[in-house]
Design a protein around this ligand. Sequence first.
Ligand code: ANZ
Ligand code: ZN
Length: 953
Amino acid sequence: MDFNRIEKRWQKIWKQKKIYKTKDKVLSRKNFYHLVMFPYPSGNLHIGHWYNFAPADVFSRFKRMAGFNVLSPIGFDAFGLPAENAAIKRGIHPKDWTYKNIKTMTIQLESMGNMYDWSRKIITAEPEYYKWTQWMFLQMFKNGLAYKKKVSANWCPKCHTVLANEQVINGKCERCDAQVVQRDIEQWLFKITDYAERLLNDLDKLDWPEKTKIMQKNWIGRSEGAIIKFPVLNLRFSIEVFTTRADTVFGCTYLVIAPEHDIISNLKSEILNIKEVENYIEQARKKTELQRLEADKKKTGVELKGIKAINPFNNETVPVFIADYVLGHYGTGAVMAVPAHDERDWEFAKKYNLPIKEVVIPNRIDKKNPPAYGKKTVERKNVHALVRNPKNNKFLCLKSKKFHWVTFPMGGIEENESVVEAARRETEEETGYKNIKLVKILGGEVRAEYFAKHKDENRVAYTTGVLFDLINEEKSPVDKEWEISHELIWVDKENVNYDTLCHAEMDDWVKRLNGEETYAEDGVLVNSGQFTGMKSEEAREKMMKWLKDNKLGEKKINYKLRDWLVSRQRYWGAPIPIIYCDPPAGGCGIVPVPEKKLPVILPNIKNYLPTEEGKSPLAHSKKFVNVKCPKCGNPAKRETDTMDTFVCSSWYYLRYVDPNNSKKFADGKKIKNWLPVDMYIGGAEHAAMHLLYVRFFTKALQDFGYLNFGEPFAALRHQGIILGSDGQKMSKSRGNVVDPDNLVKKFGSDAVRMYLCFMGPYDQGGPWNPTGILGVKRFLERINKLISSIKYQVSSVKNDELERLLHQTIKKISEDIENFHFNTAISALMILFNKIEENHQQCDDKTIKRFLKLLAPFAPHLSEELWHQLGGKKSVHLEKWPRYDKNLIKEETFELVIQINGKTRDKILANSGISQKEAEKEALFSDRIKILITGKEIKKVIFVADKLINFVI
Ligand code: ANZ
Ligand code: ZN
């Protein structure tokens, strides 16, 4: 059959009859706003777009048939850098390029047959739209959420533009491969950080994928910590550090400040090696943030000679360094370095020979032998001897025959004995081995609490691990009684862990054996003055109080989230509606364009390359730049930067509810009718930026009084990724892309849509299988053949089995679509159709019609065609979703749970609806039950129909 012809025909009819036009309110129907992320008009729709839009359309159609008044709009995110770059490359105007693509993509989108209400289409590059993007900017500005600041930015000297971190690959510009440098540029920012806490807390109430919420949480990156002031020796000046680990402050052996920190300019005259320092700063400027943070990167830095800082807790003086592993914009841009407990500091300290001072030790509670209540507690200093046989990498252990536990040779440290001496002595006493060579002490002590069975007391032990290598097997005699009760065993390295050995310290020994040098977790404080002995948590609280009392610092919450840089020195974007009035004799400064003068039209210019100094191409246009100040009327200049396109997409969802309003961004009543969005669908790659920005906008607009809700998307789902038939991610360079247009030509849109739904779980995607789509096409052909060729009895014969399956399938497909399990829904549809085919002689038209309704969301064209062949007058898509009869779908059998005295002892299959008598009989038939019950008196029987039977004996 000619799918293409049928599909085109119905698309035309749907358009003529406007069946997808959405009314703002329909009597007795609840509104449901279902949104897919609008596409960027990059040229052609690829199959990934289809994967976003087609299954989403199945959901829309289902919701509509299920009784909702569904809004399903589409538009184009039309501003942006790619258009400009492509245009520059091809010598076409970005606008022409963009609108040409929009045209192509519109035709493609229409070929899908989705139920979009095209009358609500928005294009963000239209003045009618960006007027409101500019208006949004002004609201941010007027409410103190938009501000200007010099910021260090990734700068591509060749493209003359600021780059986002994602656009910098290995320090080079993503597009032109030029070396990216850091440059301070005056930029506009939105104060999204003011909303960090709300953006974090409100995540909890959203029906969003857990992974996405976690990504947002990490992006916001909340850290609780403290600011500590370190006075600079001999100067009336302090360096403030941000730390999450105030409890480690006694272990601070130096400070590090970021190279871009302004402290350096303040201290310039005091720094003896200022040349060297300035040199280092110069080098650091060339690096991007990502390069600076690379974990495996060698740490570098320069000491500020002549500068010393004072640790306020112990009044020790420490040296001060600059190093690029500390970032200027995070916290205070300065850290107290604690090499014993921070890996980066440790590496740095090793390299520059700085002292390493341990101040927190692990604190372990033995899970196998936890402290017992009411027993006395004894403190001890212990050693564990880890004796390794270097020939086979096995460790010497003792197994107690009485207690069945395995330990290292171990014991207390005696007076005037070193840990190493104690470890040697214990090894010889307990095992006889006397020729062992010291390898190293395994770090500092570990505190552990446990119950010492053999002594019937609780212990708090401070234990040091000592690693030895066995030299030879020579042994001294061992105490007879001890020898009888203990067995020597050699344990493989991989079994040296807490499963085998009973020491609470095992995890620490294992880490240290594997070369871990720093202890970064919480624990118990040592060498920390009045705070010694406290647990980390408690110590932090007390220290914070001490800081506050002494005005040397305070509690501080920090966020990784940074303010949103929204200005771009680019042409193809919404102009920022700001005017600068600063004539020599004191101007009005930064003046917003009056709202009634919006939009500030993006002028048509010839040269849309950035200027040599890196200004936006708009700076070329004198006509655009030179204006009168709206306040004083004097000559003034327009801002020439345009807005980040993420601004356009941060409020587009609002515009769809009232796309043609020229007085407001959207009418309040319409906002109430539709918003927030009930279901939002799009790629997981937008988890952090886009989704965070929209949430910020929504909250800000709520605060300004324009919205009565604070979250834009009540529910969110991501589609998975389609892989090429080779199992690799689809990409042009790999040559494994499939072109949707060709597929539509060859198989028809219904088959493409349906195959996309069928190929795997929607949130996971999967590999494109060329024979899979053939299978779906054949399925549609079989449907067409059967339904268009057979005459049905009109509601006469009845086939109970088919009827039951039909109702079960209605239930399953409804639930599956609701849960985005499109693939299993289609499987169910296929099973149902097989049954219909088998029994077509007993199949009435009512059954077929219900089948077509189930098919309609997946294959909207074919189902419509057949619906009309069966005499349907209106569109099948305006029909009601079929209902199922609860009684009909009841399973014929169920699993009867058999209990004895409330404990489940067996489960058997039984017929639904059986009586208690029958159930008793069947249950007593079970061999397991027989064994348990024979000879016992049954006192009572409890029966729950179609569920369980319980014998009380
Ligand atoms: C002392 C310390 C001791 C630290 C210790 C950690 C462990 P998060 O959790 O990511 O917020 N830090 C602070 N400002 C920094 C900056 N501008 N650039 C690089 N590192 C910075 O990390 C907070 C920790 O990161 C802070 O706590 C500080 O090091 C470091 F055993 O202070 B910490
Ligand atoms: Zn003025």
